[in-house]
Design a protein around this ligand. Structure first.
Ligand code: SF4
Length: 383
């Protein structure tokens, strides 16, 4: 007979979820066992899983988790294999040049995560030199100290490589849990964030937390898809309230949309008389967006004179970054002699080098406006 602690009534699951349709009872141990049994028998063979089985080296899992951020598995697999050929271990990665790193991850996008991965490799190698016998972080909390490893990635690595009981929540898990518990709310509803985290921590398998997390994710990717879930073949259909009530299409509800914020801003492009252009390294707290990227300097709208003498306007462009709608005026000119840019390390680049040094579509759009402005003024002056 199952002990009462293995049962959760709906009220126990979380009173905060008002969208649930009816009280339910739920056997946690049966649930986690179904998932892990299924995973141990039918999990897809993926390179990082096979490497973990054969080598038990956290490096392989860490690299895979970084690559899988916002990137589909089928895109990651060939790049992952190429990356490990080029950087087979953490020492090789720590000694990589920026050019090598960029080439190894070409096509995956979001380059910042790999710059941080490289910093993480340097951090690990340094620790190894400092503390003899230390090889890898020994807990989720320790993984959180590694540059580029946030709450989600640390939980994934710690559950897989250290069998630590940390639940994982991503879009797939939110969708599966919404359907399992028939939660008819948008998954980004403010009431649900903490609730999903608590559920993930309470439902996790105590015997195989890593397999559990991966299996829940895999159910979301393979069966519990956004449209047309494959419920008949799903390994957890007997637990699924939405399936049993034939309301999978109602769980979760479409996401709440964040209101767009309109922002007017000026971009200033300092240039020398020889035609070189200043490109800045934007720091972490640069603005609500574009942090830690290389590109042009932004100043409050209309304040181009604070940086440039005799600024020339190259027109206006529009660009959207997450929920910010930007209207941008593009200005160039010589740097004012009184203007120093101490917070933004910058380099003077020849014009033909600029495009390849820009890291965002925002800056490329600005550069296009700048170049077209130059072209138009050259035409009008006949030069
Ligand atoms: S039974 Fe259907 S809706 Fe429920 S978790 Fe499985 S695939 Fe998703």
């Amino acid at each position: 007979m199952l002990g009462t602690e293995k049962f959760m009534t709906w009220i126990d699951v979380d009173q905060a979820i008002k969208g649930a349709q009816a009280p339910i009872s739920f056997c946690v141990s049966d649930w986690s066992l179904s998932l892990t049994d299924w995973f141990h028998e039918y999990a897809r063979s993926l390179p990082w899983r096979e490497l973990w089985k054969s080598h038990r080296c956290p490096y392989h899992i860490w690299v895979s988790e970084i690559m899988l951020q916002q990137t589909q598995i089928k895109t990651v697999v060939p790049c992952y294999l190429r990356f490990l050929q080029r950087f087979p271990d953490v020492e090789a990665l720590a000694s990589a040049s920026e050019g090598d790193l960029r080439a190894a991850v070409a096509g995956l996008g979001y380059y910042r995560r790999f710059r941080l991965l490289h910093q993480g490799a340097l951090w690990i190698v340094q620790r190894r030199q400092q503390f003899s016998g230390w090889l890898w972080p020994q807990s989720r909390v320790e993984w959180l100290e590694v540059p580029g490893v946030g709450p989600y990635t640390s939980a994934a690595i710690a559950s897989i490589t250290l069998s630590e009981h940390c639940g994982l929540v991503d879009g797939n898990v939110e969708r599966v849990l919404s359907r399992i518990f028939d939660i008819r709310l948008p998954s980004n509803h403010p009431k649900l964030k903490k609730c999903f985290e608590r559920l993930a921590d309470r439902l996790i398998s105590t015997s195989f937390p890593g397999s559990y997390n991966q299996s829940l994710m895999e159910v979301g990717q393979v069966f519990c898809t956004v449209r047309a879930p494959r419920c008949e073949s799903c390994p957890v259909k007997t637990f699924c309230q939405a399936y049993q009530a034939n309301v999978t299409h109602l769980c979760p509800q479409p996401k709440l949309k964040k209101a767009f914020e309109q922002i007017r801003v000026s971009v200033v492009i300092p240039q020398t008389l020889r035609g070189e252009v200043a490109v800045v390294e934007r720091k972490k707290s640069f603005s609500p967006f574009l942090n830690e990227t290389r590109g042009f300097l932004l100043v409050p709208f209309g304040e181009q004179h604070a940086v440039l003498s005799d600024p020339v306007c190259h027109g206006e462009v529009r660009h959207t970054i997450t929920h910010h709608k930007l209207e941008i005026e593009v200005w160039s000119g010589c740097l004012r002699s009184s203007c120093i840019l101490p917070d933004y390390p910058f380099s003077w680049l020849a014009r033909e080098q600029v495009l390849s040094n820009l890291q965002t579509s925002f800056d490329r759009k600005v550069w296009k406006a700048y170049s077209e402005g130059l072209f138009a003024s050259a035409l009008s002056t006949g030069r």
